[in-house]
Write a protein that binds this ligand. Sequence first.
Ligand SMILES: [Ca+2]
Ligand SMILES: [Ca+2]
Ligand SMILES: [Ca+2]
Ligand SMILES: [Ca+2]
Length: 629
Amino acid sequence: MKKLLLLLILSFFSVQSFAGSCPDGSEPVKSISADGSYFVYNCDGGNEQSSSSSSISNSGSSIKAVKYESFVDTETSSSCKDLDKNFYRKSPNKCSIIAVLDTKLKIEVGHWVKNVWQTSGLIIHRVNKNGNLEIVGKAENIQVETNEKTDRPGQMEIATIEVITEELGSNSVQVIKNPIVEIPTSALRMVLTDVNQDGLTELVIAGMLEDGRSQDSSWREVNFIYDFETESYSKFGKPLYSHDFVAGDLDDDGYDEFIDISWGGSHQGGGVGVCNGKTLECVYQSNPPSLHTSKTSLSVYPNKKGGILFHNCSKGYLDWCWSEVTYINGRIQLKLLDKYISSKKPDKEELFKSWQGWEQKKKGWAVPGYKTSERFKLISESYRSHQFDMDGDGDFDTATWKENQLCKKSASEKVYHRPSQCKPVGEMIFFRNDNGKFTVSDTHEIDPGATTALYNFDINQDGYMDFYAFRDEHHTFECNNQINNIFFGNGDGTFRRPSVKEQSGIFGNYGCEIQSYFFEFEGEAYRAFFTHKYSKGFSGSRAVYVGVEKIGTKAEKAAEEAAKAAETDTVDTEQSAEDEIAAFEAELAAELAEEAAKAAETDTVDTEQQSVEDEIAAFEAELAAELGQ
Ligand SMILES: [Ca+2]
Ligand SMILES: [Ca+2]
Ligand SMILES: [Ca+2]
Ligand SMILES: [Ca+2]
């Protein structure tokens, strides 16, 4: 936590020192482009006359990554249901634990972090060359002491678990392999895409070294492509302090371009790199006016050149913009489509003390009914946005959240202490796209916590796109907060929050879950998740268990219900004792599920669940006795 806070705090200081370099360590050569309109950086020995290639090109060499295997805990059954009863929410879904991730930290970042996977920033899936499912997670093993001045590389861990889905739910689910590889970088932004258009996805990593090292160190880093099939990586682009990184096919040739956006202003250098998807050559330009980093997302027009970039328009986080992107001569041009004023200008100031002891005046707003010395709303900002089709009309709509900090203290205290006296308050805002004009279609209060990714998936399989915000454990010391930020779509740009009971009818909850990801594989819906064994190992290693559950499809549920209905229709009045047991059990199971859902909702220890189980046992015994007569 300390480290993360430091990262956030450091983001707001500008520094002068910078030593950018090419992947091979040499200095990039700066020259003017052929048309004189932008700078070109060249890494291959200063070949300045090659202005037509006008860029940093991919080094091309592929490096085998250092590799370990993760493991499956043989003392725990590989069924999710046996993992942990504390947070268990009953579900009929098939579910298996497929790996246990337990990588020790090189450098301690807080007594509560025992294992780098606790703060993993990614869970996704891919399909490999054998057509098998792979679950992919990413974590960082921070290699620097807090505030250390160093040029040491970062260390990212990528775990890939290849699993046979037919056996999901059994205690012997087949895990084909589960390598963990190390990539020598650090990053907040990653994109899974088929870089070379061979039908298989790679992970594109926007390297940047804001990993707790001193602000006098360079935070600039090149980008990496991890090839899952060969377990090797290659590099491209020049070192940049990549704060935002988006991908999309801007020239409609099938290959995704990458827009690599450095934190604006003088801080570690500004600028935008645009890397051609086919050649991986990058052209660098200064920040287009009105583009400020922190929540950039890109959608591309289907079967057409260009797309829409969503971004902050000005430094103060007060307004957001949608711009049409055109990709000409290797660089991007932005044309403003629409703008949204997210907050009025802060009109008050209060003194704040950071955990390092620095005192600084910060801007914000008064809270109605309070003096600013007692309550203060500090201006802050979210770092993510997501574009997807919310209303099924074929164009991309936008979701993002507004985040401020609500701070409380007594009037007699001289300064506000941050973060201890402040907590984030957020509002998720959905914008519907009507021919390039964006209107607010819905808003919901959220507890943003450490939200690091926004996803869409039709979770309840009703044909309307749903949306969820994934949180990791950086700021949350509790379990299961990630499922608080799930929104079910109504198909028109509005969303509702499903109750825990409604959620429980779709997916389960196993142990102390810390991240969740919904996806489709071979036409079936699944959820992958990271969880802890709360009751047993929390004070020990805090090993992270990776699980996959299959979500029943709508067709399957309908078939089940039809079968049940057909069964009851044909049963005559002389129902057998077995049928009676089955019917009673089904009824009680439904009750159990409801109880479990309630229990999960209130987080209280439930004694009632046990009594219902006892009831079933007693009834079974009674009937067994009757049958035996
Ligand atoms: Ca590929
Ligand atoms: Ca392209
Ligand atoms: Ca739409
Ligand atoms: Ca839905």
